[in-house]
Design a protein around this ligand. Sequence first.
Ligand SMILES: Nc1ncnc2c1ncn2[C@@H]1O[C@H](COP(=O)(O)OP(=O)(O)OP(=O)(O)O)[C@@H](O)[C@H]1O
Length: 797
Amino acid sequence: MTDEISPDHERAPEHEVIPNGLALPDQTLPDKLYVIPIHNRPFFPAQVLPVIVNDDPWAETLERVAKTQHQRMALFFVDNSSADSAAFDPDSLPRHGTMVRIHHATREGGKLQFVAQGMARVHIRGWLRRKPPYLVEVDYPKSDEDQRDEVKAYGMALINAIKELLPLNPLYSEELKNYLNRFSPHDPSPLADFAAALTTAPGLELQEVLDCVPILKRMEKVLPLLRKEVEVARLQKELSAEVDRKIGERQREFFLKEQLKVIQRELGITKDDKSADADEFRARLEGKTLPAAAQKRIDEELDKLSILETGSPEYAVTRNYLDWATSLPWGVYGKDKLDLKRARKILDKHHAGLDDIKNRIIEFLAVGAFKGEISGSIVLLVGPPGVGKTSIGKSIAESLGRPFYRFSVGGMRDEAEIKGHRRTYIGAMPGKLVQALKDVEVMNPVIMLDEIDKMGVSYQGDPASALLETLDPEQNVEFLDHYLDLRLDLSKVLFVCTANTLDSIPGPLLDRMEVIRLSGYIAEEKLAIAKRHLWPKQLEKAGVTKEHLAINDAALREVIESYAREAGVRQLEKQLGKIVRKSVVKLLDAPDTKVKVTAKDLENYLGSPVFRNEQVLSGVGVITGLAWTSMGGATLPIEATRIHTLNRGFKLTGQLGEVMKESAEIAYSYVSSHLQDYQGDPEFFDQAFVHLHVPEGATPKDGPSAGITMASALLSLARNQAPRKSVAMTGELTLTGQVLPIGGVREKVIAARRQKIFELILPEANRGHFDELPAYLKDGLKVHFARRFADVAKVLF
Ligand SMILES: Nc1ncnc2c1ncn2[C@@H]1O[C@H](COP(=O)(O)OP(=O)(O)OP(=O)(O)O)[C@@H](O)[C@H]1O
């Protein structure tokens, strides 16, 4: 067979625009047709549908069809997905295909598209060309068109089914319209074909319908297919209605929820906050190691949080609890830097002098370095105000590389401040220690407890015993905060406490502490501190350079002597601050000058001097004692006078404590009964009402160490003889005239030097303490050691 064989040689008419589905009067039935295979489902004679085939190899077929006058070809169903190519087996074609008329063929992107109008069943009689373009000889099978009642009944059934189908899917009505344009609804053959074409039955089943020429049989096949289609469509419709309903419900819910969110946001109680809260709390615990009990407790609280209403007070309480519990640094420990050289450098950098203190601290750190950790120790720095206790504490933290937290327990009356309130209280809070740990973010900081000698006691519990529980390494492994109600391990915290005196620190607490004494500074030390630290610090604070503002040593010395004679340096620091501030005012007036502060100018800066050198009192009945208070050592003049001679008597003033009163009684008894041993008038006290006064009457004083001083004052009065000037003394006196040792030798020596007193009387039993003092304190001092009061009297008179 050759290519020349073609069904027709005439060209198609130029314009043959046919509205879809319009029945053609043209009933041409060509006996030779080109063939194109189609897939998915067969094409029925009652259909008008667009068909798409591959350009290759069907382009030529279509071109040839286009050249025919009748524009017809045959479509055969091939149930093979690979068949849209030339590679189909011509013998595999089914018995019947459909002769179609081609309209509107177009070509785009490798595809050919045309509208096929089904015309008639067609049967291949023989092959004229077995490769594309395929060409076959055909004939057209005729169905038996008898109008028996059964056919009619089937026709009615089909029409009813189609009617049922129509409302279920709007697409069907379009196809029905096309169909009715071309055929009478009572024509059984097209009706059966149309009905089959409406169904979504599988290709092979539909091919069976196409292959079935006898009308009754064909209708028998189609009706169940159509009924099934109706059922499926109905089911589908129901399903989609159900889906619609569900989507509708969900959408409704969604919109309501969104509205609720907006309302809650407006009211400040956004639901989202809840999960954000819980998420944040969980995130905070990441990387931390909690004890099992704490983990369990926090999990429980988180669960509770999730069921509470955000607006409820209970929510706020739980949230607050979790906020605290999760922000603790569970299991987070900083690494200690135990480098002693570095530690020494840091201590030296911040502190002038204090060599013995620094050595003690280095020893303390050395023990830690040897053990590998610093824990289980409590350091107590005791000394007068402003001697650098706090700054030593800070330096310890810095040299260990640990964070530092400081709080004062002075005046604390309620143990809840240390251990927290129970959660049942409104506004309950954890105690200071939990707050400290939250702040420093490690479990092993240096925590400084200031003023532990000034803790109070009240009905709200005893803070001292709470503190003992906190500090004691035996107990603080399991420290319990009332608010958290969780056990915390405080054993790795290094506690540094400060106090001005040891007297009021509870014994059990003191027992566990490593006591380091800072005893106050003498003038030379203060000068060094002022030059190296305080003055530069004040300049920096004011933003002035030393090129603009200078002070000479003489001026500094004068400040120390006349304006700041306390044991510490806080007053000194304040005075220097005053000088700097006043100088800044001057500098603002004349920016390019340099201000030099000298001793002469001091009155302009600081007013008249607070202390004068001639302040040491002297005269009959006046003796300078040495005292030691929480403010450091001090000189303490004691005066005795005879008020009248009417009767015997004795009166005491000056805010004296019980012990001091008793030592006054002892002094009075001793002196009055031993006057003749001391060259006094033995009758003197028989006609003397004596008044003994300790000045600075507003300051409470106590202790036995003024015994010999008071006795000396009374003796001076009785002998009516002024004692030697510039001698100061301290010592306890017994009824038999023994001189007993006293405490605070160092502080008292420092105080005497500050007052420029260089001759001292000390109890013999304190000789060792004196000898231990550093040379710079002992230099130039004349010290008499007294065993008995007679030794004292010998020096004085
Ligand atoms: N040896 C020193 N060298 C340098 N500066 C010092 C020295 N001693 C104290 N200072 C400074 O004096 C000021 C007061 O010191 P600090 O606050 O440490 O005293 P404190 O003993 O803790 O007093 P308080 O008992 O009143 O708390 C600080 O500015 C501190 O730096």
